[in-house]
Design a protein around this ligand. Structure first.
Ligand SMILES: Nc1ncnc2c1ncn2[C@@H]1O[C@H](COP(=O)(O)OP(=O)(O)OP(=O)(O)O)[C@@H](O)[C@H]1O
Ligand SMILES: O=c1[nH]c(=O)c2[nH+]cn([C@@H]3O[C@H](COP(=O)(O)O)[C@@H](O)[C@H]3O)c2[nH]1
Ligand SMILES: NC(=O)CC[C@H](N)C(=O)O
Ligand SMILES: [Mg+2]
Length: 514
């Protein structure tokens, strides 16, 4: 994306790399994450006003550890190193980094010891979040400390003349309450950014890009009812008008009333052609008897694509497929030290596309985060309810119904899920949690109802609070709400005699159960 200014974050594999980009964008400056070994021309094309070096799991002195590219050392741009980034700066400029006995993980208090634009408007003593086992023992020539912590003589350091700065702590995490101010200082006091980035700015550019990517012919957009695909559809429609047809697949794995609600809302609000494909039987037949979570996901992913291909052939051989892929999906599959990570689950639209797929994929949101997509959705006139809808996974209820899938079991789950969401909304708490749903377990247990014995199914209720769905905590829903949901489910849903609330965070659990 060509912006007139950007902050480029070099990724050394920190779990927080994405978060740095996000914080910079929140502060009004466009930012992208690039591999630490990206070449200079890739970075120059982004018009950088400054460079941030992320943290990382390695030790700078270890053999094979990722290093600073020569072009960074030769650059005149301001550079901010965070944790591993600071250690790299020191390592390359003649300072000394060593393993420390006083490792710091978590909360620490730092004291500002010298005036610096980086730490302007911040109390002299304040708490920060640390996560390191190595530390700087000697600063390079030209550098001086600007903050200390009990275990880090160089919690922050600077070469003001060159505009190189380093932090041993992580300003990007919420546990560093002044972290936003530190980043703001770097962007505006040091890099002199103008600060004109807004998610809605990207709309015009995205529209032009879609016109170039699909200059002629028919285009389909896979529409799910979620916010991502709706925003992608609106952008594509602005770009190519009537050449666009949206395809909504009723895979039989949707929630109660969802198929009707999605097509009705869509038709009420948009003048975009929509085809609803009733593929419920096809999906359920393919899933019959399948209990393995990964196998379910693969069957579903493949079916989706075959249906899109079939619909494309019926539409004058449409050659393009618009998808709502977001930036976190892209980063997950491309950044260093990430592609070696073990696979937890196959997301149906990422990495799961068949090799022989002929449709060319167009992904207008591939540079955005979810909150930015929501802002763009609002700017494009997407109804608020749609903008704030909880995400719903493409494999749908198949990954919330453990064990073999049948129409009857799906109906049980749909009913319980509808009750939970209805009560959550009635309590005014839908937007206080980021995702909430019911899960049907393959577990029967004994109960007593109306003096007779039951041996029936278990429903688990899950609600999470999260910023980015990468980590999550279970939502502290009020007991009164849980009590009401539990009693309604057992009373109203035939075949269920027990309801449990899932109190697992991610990690170690994931949000979905499969
Ligand atoms: N039932 C469906 N019919 C057609 N396309 C679908 C369906 N379910 C998922 N998709 C496609 O898969 C993509 C990824 O799904 P995903 O759930 O990540 O995004 P979303 O549904 O657009 O938004 P959200 O994350 O808010 O649910 C969607 O953008 C859409 O293109
Ligand atoms: O479109 C999707 N296709 C998938 O295959 C898929 N699997 C998980 N999810 C959603 O991703 C987020 C994180 O989920 P997990 O913690 O279960 O991995 C949560 O928001 C999940 O709902 C999916 N979305
Ligand atoms: N969070 C980090 O960047 C850690 C850097 C380095 N691996 C250390 O332990 O000190
Ligand atoms: Mg979805």
């Amino acid at each position: 994306m060509t912006q007139n200014e950007a902050i480029v974050v070099l990724d050394y594999g920190s779990q927080y790399s994405q978060l740095i980009v996000r914080r910079v964008r929140e502060a009004g400056v466009y930012s992208e994450l690039v591999r630490f070994d990206a070449d200079e021309s890739t970075v120059a094309a982004l018009n950088p006003k400054g460079i941030i070096l992320s943290g990382g799991p390695n030790s700078v002195y270890a053999e094979g550890a990722p290093q600073l590219p020569a072009w960074v050392l030769a650059s005149n741009l301001p550079v901010l190193g965070i944790c591993y980034g600071l250690q790299l700066q020191a390592h390359h400029l003649g300072g000394k980094v060593e393993p420390s006995n006083d490792r710091e993980f978590g909360h620490a208090v730092i004291t500002i010891t010298a005036e610096s634009p980086l730490l302007a408007d911040i109390p002299t003593e304040h708490s920060v979040w640390m996560s390191h086992g190595d530390r700087l023992e000697t600063l390079p020539a030209g550098w001086h400390p600007i903050a200390v912590s009990p275990n880090s003589p160089y919690a922050a350091a600077a070469d003001e003349a060159r505009r190189w700065y380093g932090l041993q702590f992580h300003p990007e995490v919420v546990h560093s309450p002044y972290g936003k101010q530190v980043l703001h200082n770097f962007l505006y006091r040091i890099c002199k950014c103008a600060g004109s980035w807004q998610p809605s700015h990207f709309i015009q550019e995205a529209v032009e890009r879609i016109q170039q990517q699909a200059p002629s012919g028919q285009v389909i957009c896979a529409l799910s009812g979620g916010v991502d695909s709706a925003v992608a559809a609106l952008l594509a429609h602005q770009a190519i008008g009537e050449r666009l047809t949206c395809i909504f697949v009723d895979n039989g794995l949707l929630r109660r009333g969802e198929a009707e609600q999605v097509s009705r809302t869509f038709r009420d609000h948009f003048q975009i052609e929509l085809i609803t494909v009733d593929a419920a039987e096809e999906f359920l037949a393919a899933l019959a008897g399948v209990t393995d979570p990964e196998q379910k996901r693969k069957i579903i992913g493949e079916k989706f694509i075959r249906i899109f291909e079939r619909e494309a052939r019926n539409l004058d051989d449409a050659a393009y497929l618009v998808q709502g892929t977001l930036y976190p999906d892209v980063i997950e599959s491309t950044a260093p030290d990430r592609n070696v990570a073990v696979k937890i689950k196959t997301h149906h639209n990422v990495g799961g596309l068949p090799d022989d797929m002929k449709l060319k994929v167009i992904e207008p949101l591939r540079m955005l985060f979810k909150d930015e997509v929501r802002a763009a959705g609002l700017a494009l006139g997407l109804p608020e309810d749609w903008v704030w809808r909880h995400p719903f996974p493409g494999p749908g209820l198949a990954v919330r119904l453990l064990g073999a899938i049948s129409f009857d079991r799906l109906e049980t789950l749909r009913h319980a899920d509808a009750i939970f969401l209805e009560e959550l909304r009635a309590a005014g708490l839908y937007r206080a949690t980021q995702q909430a749903f019911a899960v049907l377990l393959p577990v029967q247990s004994v109960g007593v109802m109306g003096d007779y014995r039951t041996y029936a199914d278990t429903i688990a209720i899950r609600a999470v609070s999260t910023e980015d769905f990468m980590t999550a905590d279970w939502a502290r829903l009020p007991y009164e709400l849980l009590a009401k949901v539990s009693s309604r489910i057992v009373n109203e849903v035939t075949g269920v005699n027990r309801v449990v609330y899932d109190i697992s965070s991610k990690p170690p659990a994931t949000i979905e159960w499969e």
